[in-house]
Design a protein around this ligand. Structure first.
Ligand code: ACO
Length: 313
């Protein structure tokens, strides 16, 4: 029996804030349309920043706050579907930039918007025989790089950013998780890399139906595993920040009290693997997530993948 303990988090957002109003100057859309359907007002897009820059900013912050150094890290994982290169991985670039030891386990993983929780699960497992007791888990995305900025169906939905956590494995503590995938080739597809410019194809309605089903199901499974009757027995719920309507729908189905489900997509849009660690970091920095609190986190995304975890802060 063991569970990961998240010692600290960090986040890094690119400097350029792009509002719905700005997008409406280049595609046929409006703040009213985007906000009413998604809860998004603005997002951040990279200009000069790379995915590594974002990952590094978030990782350094998390390590500083956890009071660990490069010499303490045994595992370094980056969840991303938009790495700077097909190879080397962002995790290897991060290893070099942070000065992590040579025997650190470093790789990227792609579970789309569920990537951070897949990374958490994998890092926790790898820590059982890693060279050192701490792992760095990062979600980092530059989705603006793969978007067709002329496609109003998708260019209003996503944003760039990174979030990171430093974890340690704790023995004698139970940890409940839920993982799944549907092997779906079509509902969300990103072309490339290759000679054809990348772009995101998405069946929005199908993804919406999938998301509300698996998010509600995952939370119910986590509650049952933890022996809890109601979602209101938790201190917080942090879902992947794709769309406010998905979060609100699930909160209503579970009869959640007002404010239990955190939302920040109004400022960041959907940052895929980065959205959950960014949200966790905001909550910690705002004092809303404190030691001893119990929360459910659920991610879902292309594939179609999903992942849920109960965390004790
Ligand atoms: N501005 C104005 N009009 C738009 C825009 C836009 N940005 N985008 C689409 N439209 C139009 C469409 O062209 C369509 O017009 P038509 O009827 O003339 O053909 C109309 O609006 C309705 O389009 P729908 O796709 O039916 O709109 P819907 O109400 O389903 O909303 C949305 C689209 C927001 C994508 C919704 O389906 C949704 O929330 N899906 C969930 C998917 C999601 O969250 N995806 C991102 C996450 S993916 C992930 O995280 C892995």
């Amino acid at each position: 029996m063991s569970a990961p303990h998240i010692l600290a988090t960090g986040r890094c957002l690119p400097g350029r804030v792009v509002t719905n109003e700005e997008l409406s100057r280049t595609v046929d859309t409006s703040d009213e349309w985007v906000f009413s359907r998604t809860g998004i007002h603005s997002r951040c897009f990279c200009e000069a920043e790379t995915g590594l820059d974002l990952a590094l900013g978030a990782a350094r912050q998390a390590m500083e706050r956890a009071e660990v150094t490069a010499a303490d890290i045994g595992v370094c994982l980056v969840g991303t579907f938009t790495p700077d290169h097909a190879s080397p991985s962002t995790a290897c670039l991060l290893q070099r930039a942070l000065g992590l030891e040579e025997d650190t386990v470093c790789f990227d993983l792609n579970a789309a918007c569920a990537g951070f929780l897949y990374g958490l699960k994998t890092a926790h497992a790898l820590l059982s025989d890693a060279a050192r007791p701490y792992a760095l888990v990062v979600g980092a995305e530059v989705i603006s790089r793969v978007m067709d900025m002329a496609d109003r169906n998708t260019c209003v939905l996503f944003g760039d950013g990174a979030g990171a956590a430093v974890i340690r494995r704790e023995e004698d503590r139970a940890w409940h998780t839920v993982f799944g995938s549907r092997g779906d080739p079509d509902s969300i597809r990103v072309q490339g890399p290759g000679p054809v410019p990348s772009s995101i194809h998405m069946d929005g309605k199908a993804v919406f139906r999938f998301a509300v089903e698996v998010v509600e199901g995952a939370i119910r499974q986590l509650l049952a595993a933890e022996g809890l009757e109601s979602v209101n027995d938790l201190d917080l719920v942090v879902c992947h920040q794709a769309n406010a309507r998905i979060v609100d729908y699930v909160a209503k189905r579970l009869k959640a009290r007002e404010g239990l489900f955190y939302k920040n997509m109004d400022r960041y849009g959907n940052t895929s693997a980065a959205s959950i660690p960014i949200a966790l970091d905001e909550l910690v920095q705002d004092g809303a997530l404190r030691p001893g609190m119990r929360l459910a986190t659920v991610g879902f995304g292309g594939g179609l993948t999903w992942a849920g975890a109960l965390l004790r802060w």
